[in-house]
Design a protein around this ligand. Sequence first.
Ligand code: AMP
Length: 405
Amino acid sequence: MLKKLTVKDVDLKDKKVLLRVDFNVPIDKETGEVADDTRIKAALPTIKYVLENGGKAILVSHLGRPKGKKDPKYSLKPVAKRLEQLLGRTVSFVDDCIGEGAKKVIEAMKEGEVVLLENVRFYPEEKKNDPEFAEKLASLADIHVNDAFGTAHRAHASNVGVAQYLTSVAGFLMEKEIAMLGKAVANPEHPYVVILGGAKVSDKIGVITNLLKKADRILIGGAMMFTFLKALGKQVGDSLVEEDKLELAKEIMEEASKRGVEFVLPIDTVIAKEIEAGAESKVVRIDDGIPEGWKGLDIGPETIELFKSKLKGAKTVVWNGPMGVFEIDDFAKGTEEIAKALAELEDATTIVGGGDSAAAINKFNLADKVSHVSTGGGASLEMLEGKELPGIASIADADEKKNDG
Ligand code: AMP
């Protein structure tokens, strides 16, 4: 399995460390403050390690989509303030990520000090992975530590480009993501159960196709279940269906049966006419069909029991995508019960893919009851698709250890 150099493999004493973190956090429009600091907290172990080992931490990140130009809405300044509180030490904010200003501040840094550079996406060169821009970023430091798993599926200058000029090693968050997701893809313990939900089959085709080769069982919930159910000739009423994916849905089910993978679809669903809190809702069995004008918005109670029974004894579970419209409490029960079932599994490696399933497990306060909640939505999906991520490939392999590192 993928073995990468980590921050523990290199000498940090007195080194300027360009630490690519994922501080892409929501900012409260009214107060201008950080609305959710989960991602900042997730980077703390690596930041602290760098500081405790005599490094100078130069933090670089993106925030939002500023379209390649300066936009105060996307400034990282509020993040510096929050980070200061979390770290309990001064964080100097530099209002640029390259150039003389940044250089001057960095040259004056002492061991154990922290600088946060302004949003790297204020430059269009970041997303273009422009080599000159990457070189300018790299020239600020002696070593690159990549802890931004959420960006790992993108080849940008601050995560990938800089590795042309500096040795790039993984931070602790990146290391854990690679270990957990990598294991689920490369050599999972069996029985291996995959739970997929969310809005669209089309977003998860790559994941399904890859995991069909590895999993023993695939459980399908969320809106995507209706594309499969319709492909089987069931009446799905006004539920969300991707008409152009019906053929594909059939092929996937045939492939599962050929490979001996158990493909489990819901047997009942919670339906309503509107996707609204307080809307009239009822449970129908899939075999009885969903009437016109009604749509399925959650898995039903029998399905919850069925899925729970299918999770029993699992040694590896990967979950990606909510079972229903979990943002509305009326349709959140399926997602909550599956989250609980995961949390209760003993002796199993339980991995929750990023994005909405991570939001769901946090909503139910169960994040610390599973083995791993991925911090990357797109990146975790691409890992599960079995793809090589540019932001991981650029990190030095463990057998490439450099003498100067
Ligand atoms: P994804 O980003 O593909 O994981 O999809 C997550 C979204 O799917 C969430 O916002 C859910 O509200 C939505 N979703 C889940 N189940 C349903 C459903 N049965 N009908 C409509 N939307 C759904």
